[in-house]
Each structure stands twice: as structure tokens, then as C-alpha cells.
Design a protein around this ligand. Sequence first.
Ligand code: NI
Length: 226
Amino acid sequence: MLITLPDLLDHEQVRACRQALESASWTDGRRTAGHVAARVKANHQLATDDPVALQIGTRIRQALSAHPVFQSAVLPVRILPPRFNRYAGGEHYGLHIDNAIFRLPDDPGLIRCDVSTTVFFSDPEEYEGGELIVQDTYGDQRIKLPAGHAVVYPGTSLHRVTPVTRGVRYGSFFWTQSLVRDDSRRNLLLQQDVAIQRLIQSQGDQAAIDALTGVYHNLLRLWSEI
Ligand code: NI
């Protein structure tokens, strides 16, 4: 399941973030890649403790906590601090899969990466290439969204970023552990939730709404891991 979150950040927020990102200290992205991913990775990233990364990361996490679609689609338990990348001059990231497990910073706990998110900080017309391509059961999905928009896709997907041949592509990416690890189950819960919300808005039959709401919570009870 691939979901777009339009206007996760508004124009003013994007403008402030871009200013900070353009003057930030970028380092070689291969330093943070695993053995396999490092062979296909060519980009620049911010250090995880970079003040710009921490500041914008906090802003992104605040926006996510107030975003009903993200909450309903992802059912987040833990979100790793957002990371930041920059692609220019032909830089790209070849086909790879993200690590399943990460260690939380300053915390003995681990996080399972069920859901990946990318937030775009460059508008599509600012650069050539730089599409995020996610392989899913229906084939390749090509994603290039306006600045401030985000895309959410399963952590189980192979994905890549095509070479940026003109301009600069700034983005943020991060991983979330969900209450429900399986993407198809999360999708069923989301569809059920959306249908219930529609019934409520159209003032549908209350007994049916109550019954469907009960099914939603009982499925969540069956499938959630906390
Ligand atoms: Ni990746």
C-alpha cells in the first residue's frame, strides 16, 4: 500500500526548512549504508546529530502526529528520527531494501521498520530525474511529489532513486514501527476506517456504524503487537 500525504508541511515551513538544508553540512551517504546498500548508494546525507536534522526532524514528527491519514494508515508505535538526503550531479540510490531493525538513538530499544516515509523538500520542476521508484505487487510506482508532500510505503518494498541529472533534490526519509507489521492487514484496517468515517459523515445507520467500529477494534486487537 502506497499513500501520499499532501501538504504534510505548508509553504512557510518548507521555505524555512529549505533555507536550513541549503546551508547544512552534508556528508557522504555511503557512511550510513549497510554493506549491501553501500554498493549502490551515491548521495549526501546529514549526520543524525546535525542540528538542522534534529530541528526539521522535530517539525516533521509534529506534523505526523497531527495528520489523521498517517495515523490511520500507519498505526505508528515508534518513529525513528527523520534523516535527510541530497542528490545532485548524477547522484542516485540503486535498488535496495531498507534494514528490518534499527537501534534507537540514546535508547537501548530496537525498532522494526514496517513503514518507510519520504518527505520531499524540492519541487519536481527544480530537478531532472530523482524519482523514487517503489516496486510493489502492481509493478513499479514512480513518485515525484511537490515540496512539503510525503509518500508512505511498506518497509518490505525494494526501491531506488533515479539519478538527478539537473538541479538538487532534497528529501527526508525515516522508518516507523507499526502496531500491525503486515501491510495487507494495515490496508484492510485503513479501508474499514475510511468506510466507517464515510458512514458517520453521511449519517448512516447507527447500528451498522457501531457494528463495523466493533469489527475494526477487534481486528486491531487480534493483529496489533505492543
Ligand atoms: Ni531505502
